[in-house]
Write a protein that binds this ligand. Sequence first.
Ligand SMILES: NC(=O)c1ccc[n+]([C@@H]2O[C@H](COP(=O)([O-])OP(=O)(O)OC[C@H]3O[C@@H](n4cnc5c(N)ncnc54)[C@H](OP(=O)(O)O)[C@@H]3O)[C@@H](O)[C@H]2O)c1
Length: 396
Amino acid sequence: MKHIAILGSTGSIGKNALSVVETHPDQFKVVGLAANRDVDTLEHQIRRYRPMRVALNEPPAAERLRTRIRDINGIEVLTGTEGVQAVATMPQAVQVLDGMGGSAGLLPTLAAINAGKDIAFVNKEVMVMAGPLVNAAVTANSVNLIPIDGEMSAIFQCLEGARDRQTEIHRLLITASGGPFRTVPKTELYSVTPEQALQHPNWKMGKKITIDSATMMNKGLEVIEAKWLFNIELSKIDVVVHPESIVHSMVEWADGSTLAQLGPTDMRIMIQYALTYPRRLSAPVPRLDLKQARTLNFEPVDLEKFPCLSLAYTAADVGGTLPVVLSSADEIVVAAFLNADIGFMDIPAILGHVMDQHVVTAEPTLSDILEADQWAKATARSLIKNHSKSNKIVMS
Ligand SMILES: NC(=O)c1ccc[n+]([C@@H]2O[C@H](COP(=O)([O-])OP(=O)(O)OC[C@H]3O[C@@H](n4cnc5c(N)ncnc54)[C@H](OP(=O)(O)O)[C@@H]3O)[C@@H](O)[C@H]2O)c1
C-alpha cells in the first residue's frame, strides 16, 4: 500500500488523482491533502479519504474548515505556504502528487523533493521556473520525478530504457491539439471571449491551462519543461499540431524510427502510471478503438497566429530568469483575460512587453527566481492597469 499526499486535491488533476485512488483502494492510501481555499470540496474529500494532515493556503478558509470538521478526531488542519509545505513533506507520505497549478507549486515541490519524496508532477510551471534547481534536488535526494502531463508522460514512456541516451535522440515531437481556435482566422482572435476560449475541443481541465491551450502558451511551457525534464537541447524539441489528441507525443530516434504513445484523452491514465511506475494496472477508462475509422492528422503550428509559442522558444533560448518571467506574467495576464480586462490577443502582446523589460539573471538561485516571479507579476499587473485605462489593444 503506497501512502501519498496530494497537493491541489480540489482541482481538476487532484480530483482525477482521487478517482485513481478510489479505483485501487488496495494500492493507495491518501495521508495528506492540500488546496488553496475550496472548503466544500476539501471537507468532502476529508470525510471520504480520512487523511492525517490537510492544508488550505488561505487562512480564513482553513479556519472555516476547522469548524466544519470538528467532529473528526486526529486530523491536523494547517494553513499558508508553510501548511502546504508541511503536507508536502509529511513523514507518512512516500510519494507526493503535485497537482497545484502555477508558481505557488514551486516551494512545496522543492520541499517534497528535499524531504526524499518521489514526485508525480503535473505542474509544468515548476519545471519552467526552476528546472535546473529541481533536477539538482532530484539527483541529490535520489528521488523519482515522474511527469503526469499527457505530453511529458508520453515522452517519458517512449524513453523507457533509454533515458540517458540523449545523443541517440533526433528530436522530441510534442503534439498540440491546436485548441478551440485552430481553424479560426487570426483577424477574428481579437474579439474572442473567455467563454469561447474555455471551450477546449478534447480536454476538460482547469481554466488557466485551458486558456493557455487556446493561446498555445501551454505548448510553449511544455517545450521549456521538456528541455529540463529530458535534459535535451532546445533545437531538438519540436511541436506538431494533431487535432485528434490521440498521439500524446513522440520521440524520433537517430536512425529515423519514431516511437509514439497513444491513448484516450483521460488524465487518469497518466496519473495512475505516475503512481504505479514502472508497473501498469487496469484503468476504468474508455479504450482507444482505432478500428473505428479513426484518422490521425498532423500539421505545422501557425506561429503568426499563436505568438505565445515563439515567446516561449525565446525564453527557453535566452534562459536564466526569462522563462520565470514568461510563466509568472502569464498567470496574471490569463487571469485578466478571464476577467475580461484585456482581449485575447493582448495576452502575447503584454507578455512580450514584460519580457522586453526584464533584465535577465543567468543561472539564477532560488531567491533570484522568487524575485523574478514577483517582478514579472507586478510588471504584468501594471501593464494591464494602463491597458485597461486606455482601453487600447496593445498589439495589432
Ligand atoms: N487539468 C488537466 O487535465 C491538466 C492537464 C495537464 C497539465 N495540467 C497542469 O496541472 C496543474 C493544475 O491544473 P488543473 O487544471 O488541475 O488546475 P485547477 O483545476 O485550477 O486546480 C488547481 C489546484 O491547485 C490548488 N491551488 C492553487 N493555488 C494554491 C496554493 N497557493 N496553495 C495550495 N493549493 C493551491 C487549487 O485549490 P482551490 O481549488 O482551493 O483553489 C486547486 O486544487 C497546472 O500546472 C496545469 O498546467 C493540468
